[in-house]
Design a protein around this ligand. Structure first.
Ligand SMILES: [Mg+2]
Ligand SMILES: [Zn+2]
Length: 216
């Protein structure tokens, strides 16, 4: 069985521009995300992208646009020696404008459907796998699939981490970005436990920068 790292796309690998990334001219890798993916490749992880793309259901763009965008992203990564093993996306939305996509599917995160599908397709051991996302719905999907979870502070991560007093499901680790997260997974950097209930954002920042370290 294989171990995997599931990655959200927007705000984790690539910048998350306003109004739903779907055109090639919006595509911009987050610094060092290619290095991070290469590191995961080298350490024997399957790298699997799991992305909510409700912009399809909302009528903002089509599935072919998602695929063109994904291919362009893969090409940019490959030029830097980084490979993605599989990409899954959910085009659905319960209140969709486009009827064909209007459903309460099992793949839209926080549901774990995309991860479960990858488990079968790629013979994954989810318990030895990780999920990295910039939103709590990503973290929840990873948690529900039985993976270890990391919230990154890129994309929406900064805002999302401020909700930590009210969140039901907390990430196991928090990290500055995908590159730091990949180092955590590969054991080359100290593990940052997610802060306790009453921790403030500046505490999180300090932890990420390594000024502060919480033992169990
Ligand atoms: Mg995201
Ligand atoms: Zn779906």
């Amino acid at each position: 069985m294989n171990k995997a790292v599931f990655l959200d796309r927007d705000g984790v690998i690539t910048q998350d521009p306003p109004h739903y990334a779907h055109r090639i001219d919006q595509l911009k890798l987050i610094p060092k995300s290619a290095d991070a993916i290469r590191l995961l490749n080298e350490n024997g992880f399957k790298v699997v992208v799991v992305s909510n793309q409700s912009g399809v259901a909302r009528g903002y763009y089509q599935e072919k646009d998602v695929e063109i965008y994904n291919s362009a992203m893969e090409k940019e990564l490959e030029e830097r020696g980084a490979y993605i093993d599989a990409i899954y996306y959910c085009p659905h939305y319960p209140e969709a404008k486009i009827e064909a996509y209007r459903m309460d599917c099992d793949c839209r995160k926080p549901k774990p459907g995309m991860l479960k599908r990858a488990e079968k397709d790629l013979d994954l051991d989810l318990k030895r796998s990780f999920l990295i996302g910039d939103k709590l719905i990503d973290v929840e999907a990873g948690y529900r699939a039985g993976c270890k979870t990391i919230l990154v502070l890129t994309g929406h991560g900064n805002d999302e981490s401020k909700k930590n007093a009210t969140m039901n499901i907390k990430p196991k680790y928090v990290s500055k970005d995908l590159h730091t997260a990949s180092q955590i997974i590969n054991g080359t950097t100290r593990l940052h436990r997610f802060p306790q209930e009453n921790m403030k954002m500046h505490d999180v920042k300090e932890m990420v920068e390594g000024k502060r370290y919480h033992d169990e």
